[in-house]
Structures are given as C-alpha cells and as structure tokens.
Ligand binder design. Structure first.
Ligand code: FE2
Ligand code: FE2
Length: 288
C-alpha cells in the first residue's frame, strides 16, 4: 500500500503552526501515489491559504468531492474556480438544494451553497452528480444516501428545508456523504458533517464493504448540538468500531471531543486546520 497523506486545510480551530487560519467549515486534501482529491472547500478561501502555507499545490488536484451542500463546505468553490478553473467537482445532485437553519426568533436563515451551479460552471468548474456510491479513484470511494439504521442519531432539528407549501421540515440530507479509502489494514474514513449520523455512515460503509476493520476515522461528527444521550450512544458505538486512530474536526463540538479523548486516549486527536495525518504502508498512523 502506498502512503496516504491527509491534510486538514480548513477547520473551526487551527493547529499551532505559523500562518494557519481557522474558520467554521471543513476541507481536507487526500494524497495517495499520484492521486490528489480535495474533500470540501470550507466557506471562503481559507482552505486555499492554508494549502499554500503547507506547501500543497491545489492546482494539481484531480477532483473535488463535496460532503453536502452547506455553505461551510461549499463556500470555497468560487475561490477554487478562480485558482483552478476546470476542476471536476463530484457530489450528490442535492448539493445545490436550498437549505436553512432555524433562528431563535423562528425565522429561517439560508445556509446552502452560496452560488448557483450555473455561476460556478461559468467560472470553469465541471460538476459530476453521483448518488449512493461512486469510486472517485481506485480504492477511494464516495458514499451518500445513507440509510438510518439506529434510533439514537436523530439529526439536528435546527437544520431544515422547505416543503412544497413553504413549510420548514427536517433536512433529509440525502447528499450527506463521506469518503473512504481501502487499505490492507482496513478502511480510512473521512467525514464531512455526518448529518445522517456518523454511526449510520460507518454502518453503511461496512454494509457495502463487508466485514473489514475501520482503522482510521477523521472529520466532523456533528455532535455539537445533540443530546447527552445521543453523544454517549454514539461514542459507545464508536468504541465498538474500535478504530486505531480517530481525529475529529469541525461540528463535533468541544464537549463531545473531550468525551472521546477520555474513551480513546492516545488513539484520539483533534484534526484541526494544519494537521497532517500520514498512514504508512504498514498501517501506522502519524499525526503532525
Ligand atoms: Fe459543517
Ligand atoms: Fe453541514
């Protein structure tokens, strides 16, 4: 197996490295052999700035994969188009669906992709819409349309779409996607926001892949606004998954991350902007 390098380019918090910026959002670069895939783009040009600081050339990426349509994952697409017109962007057809967050006063704030598909295409980006599973590169797979398989991952009640009558209803998040990489040691899973539930996503991946270990998990797990019960059950289910390394980002939330640290000890890390995760040929995981 060739070495895999995962570089966190955008996260809510930044590693203590000179010049790295943070913003609410997520973006990661996946490198293996000559394959370079960008997963999400954060909400602005921060991902591009951090890539430059870390010596990563995003003009050389093969494709971009979108985890879902929220602005904090798609907002960087215009910067991407400015610097890398012609890039291929892979995602579910619902990434451009209008979506909202309920405010305290009951109003709805738009939190979908800030640009239309037409506008981004006029700037040179090419979109490829895929559904439940797609092989982005050999052994690197996209998965969305995740079935709900447990009763504790209830979703975030503040995140909604409008039905045909304009009424706010829970966002179904059929576009919520993850990437996973096959390795001889098992699977490396990269999550965006996990709006369909991190355990539902892992279960779906195992359904598709068979009984293989999930040995590394990184990304957002959206435990920042859920009940204590959901957090506890999620962490218990993650403990059963028994990853060798788990690095959380973004919407995981500080409290849930602290709880995971207690459970996973030195297998746990914070995948902040500027963090580099190197997985070597023997399956060793180094965090820098
Ligand atoms: Fe997010
Ligand atoms: Fe999101």
């Amino acid at each position: 197996m060739a070495e895999i390098i995962l570089t966190i380019l955008c996260d809510n918090t930044a590693a203590m490295k000179e010049g790295i910026r943070a913003e609410h959002g997520f973006s990661a670069l996946i490198e293996r052999d000559n394959t370079r895939i960008l997963f999400d783009t954060g909400q602005s040009d921060v991902f591009w700035h951090n890539a430059g600081v870390m010596g990563k050339d995003l003009a050389a990426i093969d494709s971009v994969v979108l985890s879902h349509g929220h602005y904090d994952h798609t907002g960087g697409l215009l910067s991407l188009a400015r610097f890398n017109g012609g890039a291929m962007v892979i995602g579910h057809k619902d990434v451009f669906a209008p979506r909202y967050k309920k405010q305290v006063d009951g109003s709805l704030k738009y939190i979908g992709c800030p640009y239309t598909q037409t506008h981004l295409e006029s700037r040179g980006l090419n979109f490829k819409f895929v559904s439940s599973r797609f092989e982005v590169a050999p052994g690197i797979l996209y998965v969305s349309e995740v079935p709900v398989a447990n009763d504790f991952e209830k979703g975030d009640p503040l995140l909604v779409v409008k039905d045909n009558n304009g009424k706010a209803v829970p966002d179904p998040f059929m576009d919520d996607a993850a990437l996973y990489i096959r390795t001889p040691q098992g699977l490396v899973v990269i999550l965006g926001c996990s709006h369909r539930g991190v355990i539902n996503i892992l279960k779906q991946i195992l359904t598709l892949e068979g009984d293989v270990p999930i040995f590394t998990i990184i990304g957002g797990t959206h435990l920042s606004r859920v009940s204590v019960e959901q957090t506890e059950k999620t962490i218990e289910a993650l403990r059963e998954v028994n990853p060798r390394a788990i690095g959380v980002s973004h919407c995981t939330g500080l409290e849930a991350a602290d709880e995971m640290k207690k459970v996973f000890g030195n297998r746990f890390f914070r995948a902040t902007a500027g963090t580099v995760i190197t997985i070597n040929e023997e399956g060793g995981v180094a965090i820098q």
